[in-house]
Design a protein around this ligand. Structure first.
Ligand SMILES: [Fe+2]
Length: 179
């Protein structure tokens, strides 16, 4: 049995995220390819660029805490990405596949949000504020991606009408009633 210190636990959490991000970099091109909706394709492509930067940012976190990333396999991410791939294999290219891809991608984002939230807090508790700030930067990006995916899903499943459009429609209707 290993006798870990809190510092070791933070390092393990970071190694898990480091491997997860690299797996995501490898998986995203397949998701760009499988998506039909233009906005979704663009969102996956943008997230691919962002994820590459997140890998580099994690390397900076390791430097900041004076550690080297060891090799660790993130089995949780392997499972999530495998589920996504299965959908690409089984479903025809369509808006239904797009919605399924968004669901799979959001599970990935939530895994990351959870992992980065934990790592950020651990770094903070251990007095590693610079590392915590870097981790929070990525955490915010993952949350923003999750929100973007929710918006695109809404647009796909309601045939293009986002809730913003609906709000605008309602405002227009109200204006018409007044005049
Ligand atoms: Fe990420």
């Amino acid at each position: 049995m290993k006798n870990l210190k809190f510092e070791d636990l933070l390092k393990e959490e970071l190694e898990d995220l480091y491997d997860a991000e690299k797996q995501i970099v490898a998986a995203l091109p397949k998701m760009v390819e499988a998506a039909s909706d233009g906005d979704l394709k663009a969102a996956f492509q943008e997230h691919l660029e962002q994820t590459r930067e997140q890998v580099t940012r994690l390397e900076r976190v390791f430097e900041t805490i004076g550690e080297q990333p060891g090799s660790k396999t993130c089995e949780g991410m392997q499972g999530l990405l495998k589920e996504g791939e299965k959908m690409i294999e089984e479903l025809e290219k369509s808006s239904v596949l797009d919605a399924a891809l968004i669901g799979a991608a959001q599970k990935v984002e939530h895994y990351e949000i959870s992992g980065y939230g934990t790592a950020r807090s651990m770094a903070e508790f251990l007095g590693q504020q610079d590392a915590a700030d870097l981790l929070e930067e990525t955490l915010d990006e993952e949350k923003a991606t999750d929100d973007t995916l929710t918006e695109i899903a809404e647009s796909i499943m309601t045939g293009g009408a986002s809730s913003e459009d609906e709000e605008e429609d309602e405002e227009e209707e109200e204006e018409e009633e007044v005049s």
